[in-house]
Design a protein around this ligand. Structure first.
Ligand code: GLU
Length: 514
């Protein structure tokens, strides 16, 4: 009897995120990483990143980079890192152990045989009796003769069940009679996902496997493998699926940019807000609070709080992905950000709300530091000193960092883009009133200190002189300097803009009017 080995070491948890690098970092994968990471950090455990990169045909370096870039942006770290492709010997050793115990057998059926051919008249294919019952001597003889074979797990056919307790989905039981004799090694000698994953999980002493619900049905096979190889299976916790508003599984092909982490980064989500949002997809903190810092998430996280129901990512399905191109991972690095690509309704309103809240929670310095690169990409001459004065004026007005370009555009340009002169006309006024306001404003502003209080006093006094309401006075000025009515508070805006620009813009507005 081999001694019973323990995949899980007692005490501190060891968890892993095991992406297959075949595409972008999907939001669902990012959430899987985060839940593992929160669990590790909460329990002073070890976070492992394992690249499941054995599918040489589908793996790309670009995809590996996209995964690393995404995690780097999110500021998520890990303690150990492995590449599955470098561990083939370990996988084959586990297959050999299982084979030597008689719990796996060689299947010499030609690799191209389809499942329907395999199943013949008996419906779903579960195993091929001829191969399963082949004598060991015959099997060895054919293998020695060089005949290719797959190695299959000999699923017990004695009427038993496979059982495990999932930390989220509870008791899970399946009749072994319903599980096919799945492959451990393919006929080309390559380990299958099931084998490689279990061999690595055992070798890395993974204590908790926290992964998407789409792997729940694989777990029966994994339990069989662990037990056959003499390991106690780890704890499993499967995470509810992320679905679109219509209930379909979130997929890149169907739903476009909403599934790619880079879309959120490029639109100007704060990493901390995006992490906060992802955590609420399928997990309910006990305190019912929604806006949480990273540390608060760590402190509050528990597997018990994970829900079974699919988590809906709310976005407008009509937000046609067609005009929004997700760059391929290789293009991505070269092209840099594509800030205005994804329309706002690409994003879940809760994600936008959380982002706005997190933005408001930043200091002016911190927010400025994050806005500046976005601004400078379009307006390279904007300095951080200038931005430090603009940030407080727009902090409450932006949901995404990229919104700075629309909320504060008039601060960055020398000349305002064209606007409708009718906007200059105040409520209950006409073009003559607008002209009068602008003329008077020009005179008054030429002689006033550009500070909040003097501006306030001077313009209110001017309104009184002209016999109009303060609001009627402010609107033409606001439109003259900002190019629109919806803009930050007027006096602060003028203060930042300065006398020269303000007067020049008023001049131009007067010309537009006439
Ligand atoms: N490479 C697998 C995937 O990306 C890992 C699944 C698992 O966590 O076992 O789906």
């Amino acid at each position: 009897m081999p001694e019973t080995l323990h995949a899980a070491s007692p005490g501190k948890p060891r968890v892993r995120f095991a992406p297959s690098p075949t595409g972008f970092l999907h939001v669902g994968s990012a959430r899987t990483f985060i839940f593992n990471w929160l669990y590790a950090r909460r329990n002073h455990g070890t976070m492992i990143l394992r690249l499941d990169d054995t599918d040489v045909e589908r793996n790309t370096d670009a995809s590996v980079n996209s995964i690393f870039d995404g995690l780097k942006w999110l500021g998520l770290n890990w303690d150990e890192e492995y590449k599955q492709s470098e561990r083939g010997d370990l996988h084959r050793k586990m297959a050999e152990t299982i084979f030597q115990k008689g719990l796996a057998y060689r299947d010499f059926t030609p690799a191209h045989t389809s499942d329907s051919e395999r199943s013949g008249a008996q419906g779903t294919w579960l195993f091929n009796l001829g191969m399963r019952e082949l004598s060991r001597a015959e099997s060895d003889r054919r293998a020695a003769a060089g005949e290719p074979f797959a190695l299959r797990f000999r699923v017990p056919r004695d009427g038993g069940v496979v059982h495990f307790t999932d930390a989220v989905y509870g008791e899970q039981t399946k009749a072994a009679a319903d599980i096919e004799d799945f492959a451990l090694l393919r006929s080309d000698g390559m380990p299958t996902y099931h084998l490689a994953s279990c061999a690595d999980d055992a070798d890395l002493r993974i204590s908790h496997i926290i992964r998407g619900q789409d792997h729940l049905s694989n777990t029966y096979k994994h339990i069989l493998i662990f037990e056959a190889a003499g390991f106690t299976p780890p704890q499993f916790a499967h995470l509810p699926l992320l679905v679109a508003p219509d209930g379909t599984k979130l997929s890149k092909r169907r739903h476009g940019p909403v599934v790619s982490v880079t879309t959120y980064r490029d639109a100007g989500f704060l990493p901390e807000a995006f992490i906060n949002f992802l955590c609420l997809l399928g997990w309910s903190p006990k305190n019912d609070r929604e806006q949480m810092t990273r540390q608060e998430l760590i402190d509050a996280f528990s597997l018990e709080g994970i829900n079974r129901a699919n988590a809906v990512v709310n976005f407008k399905e009509s937000a046609e992905p067609s005009n929004v191109v997700i760059p391929t991972p290789s293009e991505e690095g070269e092209k840099g950000r594509n800030l205005l690509s994804a329309p706002e309704d690409t994003f879940d309103p809760k994600a936008l709300w959380l982002n706005a809240e997190h933005i408001r929670g930043l200091t002016i310095d911190d927010l400025t530091r994050r806005l500046l690169p976005i601004v400078q990409e379009k307006y390279p001459r904007v300095t951080s000193e200038k931005m430090l004065r603009i940030t407080p004026l727009i902090r409450e007005r932006i949901k995404l960092l990229r919104d700075v370009l629309t909320a504060a555009d008039f601060f960055f340009v020398d000349q305002l883009p064209p606007y409708d002169p009718a906007e200059l006309i105040p409520q209950k006024g006409d073009a003559a009133v607008a002209a009068k306001v602008l003329q008077r404003a020009k005179e008054v502003l030429a002689n006033v200190e550009f500070k909040h209080d003097p501006l306030d006093q001077a313009l209110r006094a001017a309104a009184q002189e002209l016999g109009i309401k303060a609001g009627q006075m402010f609107q033409p000025i606001r439109v003259a300097v900002c190019g629109r009515k919806n803009a930050p508070p007027l006096f602060e805006t003028l203060e930042v803009l300065g006398k020269e620009s303000t007067l020049a813009r008023i001049d131009r507005a007067m010309k537009k009017l006439s």
